[in-house]
Design a protein around this ligand. Structure first.
Ligand code: CO
Length: 339
């Protein structure tokens, strides 16, 4: 648990000496449940089967418990799925992006997250990233929901926690982006993450008011349960929309993509069951002009970041990659060198 984050890594061994694979099944806040599914249910199901048949094994793992598409099961399946792809790459003696059709690009543009207590501290942090060569930066003040700069709305005697005043959050966020553009101009691509914390109609208001500041996209403006609202948002604003880091089930993204209600699909690879379903999703999104912006937070393992980037390299509809800055910052590049 580096930095207190409970990472889950699955190791799949084969009958071939030295041939094994590693995969990420990190659901940091339910890690013991994922571990139990892997050890008690998937291991007895899989031992003795052929590691070459990834698609068939994925279907088996997904359907074996009858009820499916939940986050705990999906993470357990992802741990095995990524490990099987790791084994496949070793057997082929190729990095995965080669097996996915080869590179569409030589590098992966990332976005980093800048925070600050006020506009000037935020702008300093944005410039620090910009000096590192990063041109896509997600911005906020005082954590998600901007609670550092909104008045407390908790009633007397309330439990400690974050009490969001959504109306002042919206006003402050619009002011913040106006301030950033006034100070730094329009050269840097800005992102803002609503983190699903306000009512859908408020998200539409925020999206409209942020439009003049030319965002790369607005991230997760509505909760997973309220994505039907995105059709209304689309009618009222041309702000690019990224959605989906909480998605688990293909029915949660199918309509958003096929009806072109979003511009970037943002799923978390292990939450959808690993590389196998994520590749299908990426290819599906390509048909509708929707680009990828896979979730890349700090609470997933370096293996999952590497999996993101292998798909990114081979995806014609790659958009941008969230990068949480695990140090040393070049570890993914070293992983990708391959034979
Ligand atoms: Co987010």
């Amino acid at each position: 648990a580096p930095e207190g984050i409970n990472l889950v890594v699955v190791k799949v061994e084969t009958s071939e000496p030295g041939l094994y694979g590693l995969g990420c099944g990190t659901f940091a806040y339910r890690h013991l449940a994922v571990k139990l599914v892997v050890e008690e249910y998937l291991k007895p199901l899989l031992v003795g089967r052929n590691v070459e048949n990834i698609e068939d094994l994925w279907q088996l793992m997904n359907q074996n418990g009858y009820w499916r598409n939940g986050p705990i099961e999906n993470n357990a399946i992802s741990g095995v799925d990524m490990a099987l792809w790791d084994i496949k790459g070793k057997m082929a003696n190729m990095p995965l992006y080669q097996l996915f059709g080869g590179k569409c690009r030589e590098g992966i543009p990332v976005y980093r997250h800048a925070d600050g207590r006020d506009l000037s501290e935020l702008c300093e942090n944005i410039e620090r990233f910009h000096e590192m060569g990063i041109t896509n930066i997600r911005c906020q003040c005082g954590g998600y929901g901007g609670y550092g700069n909104t008045p407390a709305t908790a009633p007397k005697g309330a439990q400690p926690g974050v009490y969001l005043d959504s109306r002042s959050y919206i006003r402050n966020t619009v002011k913040l982006f106006e301030g950033i553009r006034n100070k730094l101009g329009y050269e840097i691509n800005l992102v803002h993450d609503v983190h699903e914390r306000i009512a859908p109609i408020e998200a539409i208001k925020l999206a409209r008011e942020l439009e003049p500041f030319d965002l790369l996209f607005l991230e997760d403006p509505v909760p997973i349960e309220q994505t039907d609202w995105l059709a209304r948002m689309r009618e009222q604003t041309s702000i690019p929309i990224a959605e989906g880091e909480l998605f688990n089930n293909p029915v949660e993204w199918r309509k958003l993509i096929s009806e072109r209600l979003i511009d970037y699909i943002r799923v978390h690879l292990s939450q959808v069951g690993g590389i196998t379903p994520a590749r299908k999703l990426q290819i599906f999104a390509e048909q509708f002009g929707v680009r990828t912006a896979w979730h890349g937070p700090g609470d997933m393992s370096p293996l999952a970041h590497a999996a993101n980037i292998h798909i990114d390299l081979a995806a014609p509809n790659f958009g941008v990659q969230e990068w949480s800055g695990i140090e040393p910052p070049n570890f993914v590049i070293q992983e990708l060198k391959g034979p």
